[in-house]
Design a protein around this ligand. Structure first.
Ligand SMILES: Nc1nc2c(ncn2[C@@H]2O[C@H](COP(=O)(O)OP(=O)(O)OP(=O)(O)O)[C@@H](O)[C@H]2O)c(=O)[nH]1
Length: 349
């Protein structure tokens, strides 16, 4: 009797793109998809805040060979907290398709901790069919240079006197570091905004935070060759011990250091004035991230706006859907945002 040899099933490689709010994950993904050249890449996008701006940005990119059904949005909380409820069923649906994707790319929310997500790839029915090809951590290089993720040693000492289990005073630094600690590849993005000197300082700072030597690349608008980003072959699900997390040992974690809400904004008289007002709001209310769109008088295209800290970008992108000229803006910040104050500041047309 002969026993037929069964060919090993090829595991679908999965790339995880992580990085703090506004580091440039969606921008990198758009670039990657535009260079897919017929390769079937499915994208899973997760956002903090329920408006789904990132999925929309990717869908409206008009990239040929990138059908809408290949972009799956998970807006129901942070991936790392909803792994069993949302994430695993989504992944199973993707790989059970008659023509499964050749590669899956997951864009995590800017506040997600990668480790719980990586652990999910150890689930029995998932680990036989998928492997984590690599974790790419995007760094908002100017934000690091500005010290946005830095701890204040005095504040930590004061906090630890109250609660010795604390090791950070800045919730941003904890998320930022966890994302770095999981990386196979670190991309220093937005290098157009920094001098060579400043860049070298950030590189040294990131190197000192990494638990082991990692490839670090510089990028503008996340523009990197897909051959560099895909095919890292890291098998990260088998390598979790080398990816420490501030939450190792804890059964649960929460994102209650941060909050998000969406606001309606009336039609605007002019684009520049609106964007200036958004930037002023970000400065005054210490907003981490603003994104959405507004209608502007006399324009049939909507004004898409993106803010990271006080740095804003805007563009008229796609026609407004229907006759409704109300805009929507997502606001993300540390817990305790003055929602009423922000809402009032954005009610002018
Ligand atoms: N100057 C500059 N801006 C960039 C670069 N890459 C991205 N941006 C801008 O940074 C802003 C945020 O970029 P996104 O790609 O939306 O960032 P993200 O990480 O997906 O954001 P979240 O999903 O909200 O965490 C946008 O306005 C981008 O146009 C870059 O290399 N240089």
């Amino acid at each position: 009797m002969t026993i037929a040899a069964t060919a090993p099933v090829r595991k679908i490689p999965v790339t995880v793109i992580t990085g703090f709010l506004g580091a440039g994950k969606t921008t990198l993904l758009r670039n990657l998809l535009s260079q897919a050249h017929g390769r079937r890449i499915a994208v899973v996008v997760n956002e903090f805040g329920a408006l789904g701006i990132d999925g929309e940005t990717l869908r409206s990119c008009g990239i040929e060979g990138c059908p809408d059904e290949d972009i799956v949005e998970l807006t129901n909380g942070c991936l790392c907290c909803t792994v069993a409820d949302d994430f695993l069923p989504t992944m199973r649906t993707l790989i059970d398709r008659p023509e499964p994707p050749e590669h899956i790319v997951i864009e995590t929310s800017g506040l997600a901790l990668p480790k719980p997500l990586l652990k999910a790839f150890g689930w029995p029915d998932i680990r036989t069919r998928m492997t984590v090809d690599g974790v790419i951590t995007l760094v908002d290089t100017p934000a690091v240079a500005e010290g946005r993720f830095a701890d204040d040693p005095e504040a930590i000492a004061a906090q630890q006197a109250q609660d010795p289990s604390l090791d950070h005073d800045n919730p941003l630094s904890e998320v930022f570091e966890d994302q770095l600690l999981s990386a196979d590849l670190v991309v220093l993005n937005k290098t157009d905004l920094l001098s060579e000197d400043a860049l070298e300082k950030v590189e040294a700072e990131i190197t000192s935070l990494l638990p082991r030597k990692r490839v670090m690349l510089r990028a503008v608008e996340g523009k990197l060759d897909p051959a560099v980003l895909l095919g890292l072959d890291a098998g990260a699900e088998d390598d979790l011990a080398a990816r420490p997390s501030h939450h190792d040992g804890a059964d649960e974690h929460e994102h209650d250091d941060f909050e998000s809400f969406a606001l309606s904004v009336p039609e605007q008289a002019g684009a520049e004035a609106f964007v200036k007002r958004l930037s002023d709001v970000a400065a005054k209310f210490d907003v981490l991230r603003l994104k959405g769109f507004a209608a502007v008088k006399g324009k049939s295209l909507r004004l898409a706006v993106q803010g990271v800290g006080t740095r804003m970008r805007h563009a008229f992108d796609v026609p407004l859907a229907g006759a409704d000229r109300t805009g929507r803006i997502v606001v993300i910040g540390k817990k305790g945002l003055d929602r009423a104050g922000i809402e009032a500041a954005l009610q002018e047309g």
